[in-house]
Design a binder for this molecule. Sequence first.
Ligand code: BES
Ligand code: MN
Length: 433
Amino acid sequence: MNSDIPLDDYLTFLKFKSISTDPEYKQDVLACADWLSKYLKKCGLDVERWETDGHPTLFATNLKAGPEKPTLLIYHHYDVQPVDPLNEWNSDPFEPVVKDGVVYARGASDNKGQCFYTLAALQKVKDLGFNLKLVIEGEEEVGSPGLHKLCEEKAEQLKADYLLIIDIDMPAKGVPGLTLGVRGITTMEIEVRGAKADLHSGGHGGMAYNPARALMETLVKCWDIEGKIAIPGFLESIQPIPVEELAKLDLDMDEKAYQEEFGVAILGGGKHANWLEPTIEINGFSSGYTGEGFKTIIPAVAKCKLSCRLVPGQDPDQIAALVADFLKAEMIPGMEMQIEMHHGGAAVRVGSNSPFVKLCADSLEKVFKKDCRFILSGGSIPISQALSRASGAEVLFLGMALPEDAIHSPNEHFDLDRLELGFLTLVELFKHL
Ligand code: BES
Ligand code: MN
């Protein structure tokens, strides 16, 4: 392991339970922000803490190069996803374990691991030939509501020439790449109520309609028999990718290996579907009694958490409204249905012909000693569009994560190798920007 990377500090960072979606962890998120704020100062940066209605964003700068020099803005997040199912973890998600060069903990990869190699590189290269601005937010995993507002209020301070969003995968182990776009996202929670309280399924079955059944029947109508999204208008506004941009992408995929690695039973489309097409996913579904044993009831309510991944041309709010209207129209009349919308963000795509892309590709190639590939991501970083607009900067996505890292899943991990590759790549970039 490279001795310029303070591994203990990374492990300390991982111990904070900065789960942004669950109010129970509010104090843990704040403690993480406090620690990080001090750490950024230790890295020689000036730090501002920007409060929001939720969790604070940290804004750290080194503007010593002066106004004549270009400004690079880097984005990370310190919040993490919930840890359940906890019993599927082999160790405590917030007591990092290092085993055979791999760190296991929630956030080890997404995004504390990636954030930490940036911080390590900043400690290594103190004399920057450019101005550096660093935004590290605490609400990425909930759609960045606070930072969306800050992008308007603090647009002046966020101004930059280049924006690197470092919260993304690399093409494959040992293969360097830059990501030229992410999908957008919109999320919502749906609740269907059929009765005042749970009912005996014998005493009421046949009379009272089951809301779990009603919700399932409505949800399946989102797709046609071929699996294509069937909500009117959903696919209409999509802007297809220009052929010359498509030609640059590395769409190769070993489908067998993918299915084996993840135990995926049925494969839909390949990378093309993941990068270039929208999806609707049921992220959670709950109704009735799911504990030990059995309970014969008709549940009073059924709930579902739904997200849509979006591509360029699709406006998150507009799509959310289309989906909600469709579900309401298709729901069996008389069932009480409520839909709560959450924050989302639009898809972003960038070109590959600029000097900044070239410089980042060169830094990667120098470290990896291999050609840099260009990819897209099926994931979303909801603030991407707003941050690129506020900063006025040219945006690019960089990352060392891999699908195998199990982000958002039990036993999330990140290898020290990739921590080091990220560190070396940024050191290289910082020296030449
Ligand atoms: N780092 C991910 C985005 C990502 C996912 C990149 C997969 C590459 C591959 C980011 O932290 C994330 O998880 N975003 C959420 C946003 C959502 C909760 C609003 C996502 O994509 O689900
Ligand atoms: Mn994430």
